[in-house]
Design a protein around this ligand. Structure first.
Ligand code: NAD
Ligand code: ZN
Ligand code: ZN
Length: 395
């Protein structure tokens, strides 16, 4: 089959690789019909060389049709249409029963303390081949799926794999009081969707980014947008002025350790996550990267007693937090990867024909799988209006 593989820093290829097959009785194999590229793939694409091996199959946002099931799979049949959550979870361990599927004790990558195994994340999360491919093996398939009806276009349900539950959890964790206010930092796919979900709940929303198309998309959902660069360091002041001087009830950081575009900064930033404290700090200072820029902004914007919901990925082992400010402002910090299956039932009612979240027009590009190298480059550079890019392995 054809699959998108990691080949080196900022280099992916579409290779012919062996078809996946049932390895365990609890596996299923699906034929992928649509598969998206995520901001998280950019971390692997850009700077995660230390963890990647040439030939690793990328991708964790697929939808498709069940081709084959293992002998122990009882909840799926050949021909079922399923979305595959980005994390692999068993559904019956202590953590899964708590609704913390990202901490699944059955698939957890113990030696790294990383949490549940993830598709397409190389050694970092269990070395499970990803879903940017014609076919995908789904371990623990009885639980690691969301069954969806035939009929509507793939894009109606595709984002249940990641974007929707991730944005949903971000809004849940933000815990904004009814009629309250929220700032969303970063208007990529995750921040954009978080704005749409928050708008459904009638919240007052400020959205911050520096990419014009992304600001414009959020504005269409009633978000008051602020251009990070045009605001020239005054983002928090602008938001305080509009909230009786207090700041918003909550802030969602949908940026994470952003590389600010420069490849040197990006490499230094990720390398620093692997280095001892003092060396990392020196490296960061030398290159001049503030890898906590978005989080620092969130701490400034949130009102006293408010909540910061961290959905952007942070991987620094030694990042210094301003503990005095966090303590004095009595800020609640909530974070982590999205527990996909926990939220699926809550989200499904919003995926009807009236499409209140605009999922069917959410993708800016749908390209054949063979175009993956160009698609990654475009999404990474944020050119051609690329916000969400979906690959089609059937084209
Ligand atoms: P993306 O890279 O497309 O979006 C990030 C956006 O942040 C960009 O539009 C960028 O211009 C903007 N930005 C950069 N610095 C900023 C700053 N200081 N203030 C405001 N905006 C800034 O990625 P995405 O797909 O939207 O994902 C966002 C983050 O969420 C990534 O870190 C990704 O890894 C993470 N993520 C987490 C989960 C989870 O389960 N927690 C799931 C999916 C993605
Ligand atoms: Zn993703
Ligand atoms: Zn489990």
């Amino acid at each position: 089959m054809k699959a998108v593989t990691w080949q080196g820093k900022r280099k992916v290829a579409v290779d012919t690789v062996p078809d996946p097959r049932i390895e365990d009785a609890t596996d299923a194999v699906i034929r992928v019909t649509s598969t998206a590229i995520c901001g998280s793939d950019l971390h692997l694409y850009e700077v995660l060389g230390a963890y990647m091996s040439e030939g690793d199959i990328l991708g964790h946002e697929p939808i498709g049709i069940v081709e084959e099931v293992g002998s122990a799979v009882t909840d799926l049949a050949v021909g079922d249409r399923i979305v595959v959550p980005f994390q692999i979870s068993c559904g019956h361990c202590y953590m899964c029963e708590l609704g913390l599927m990202t901490q699944c004790e059955t698939t957890q990558v113990r030696e790294q303390g990383s949490g549940a195994a993830l598709f397409g994340y190389s050694k970092l999360y269990g070395q499970v081949p990803g879903g940017q491919a014609e076919y995908l093996r789904v371990p623990h398939a009885d639980f690691t799926h969301i069954k969806v009806p035939p009929g509507p276009d793939d894009t109606r349900f595709l984002y249940l794999s990641d974007v929707l539950p991730t944005a949903w959890q971000a809004v849940e964790y933000a815990d904004v009081p009814e009629g309250g206010s929220l700032t969303v930092l970063g208007l990529g796919p995750i921040g954009d969707m978080a704005c749409r979900i928050a708008a459904q709940r009638g919240l007052k929303i400020f959205g911050v980014d520096r990419v014009p198309e992304r600001l414009a998309r959020a504005a269409r959902f009633g978000v008051e947008t602020i251009d990070l660069d045009a605001a020239g360091g005054k983002v928090a002041d602008i938001i305080r002025d509009a909230t009786q001087g207090r700041g918003t009830d909550a802030v969602i950081d949908a940026v994470g350790m952003e590389a600010h575009g420069s490849p040197v900064a990006a490499t230094a930033q990720w390398s620093a996550t692997l280095l001892p404290d003092a060396v990392a700090e020196k490296l960061m200072n030398t290159v001049g990267v503030d890898r906590l820029a978005a989080l620092q902004l969130a701490i400034d914007i949130v009102r006293r007693g408010g909540t910061i919901s961290l959905v952007g990925v942070y991987g620094g082992m030694v990042d210094p937090l301003p503990m005095r400010v966090l303590f004095d402002k009595q800020i609640q910090l909530r974070m982590g990867q999205a527990n996909v299956k926990r939220w699926a039932e809550d989200i499904l009612p919003l995926l009807g024909d009236d499409d209140p979240l605009g999922v069917e027009t959410f993708a800016t590009h749908r390209l054949p799988l063979a175009s993956a190298p160009d698609a990654y480059e475009m999404f990474q550079r944020k050119t051609d209006g690329a916000v969400k890019v979906v690959l089609d392995p059937t084209a």
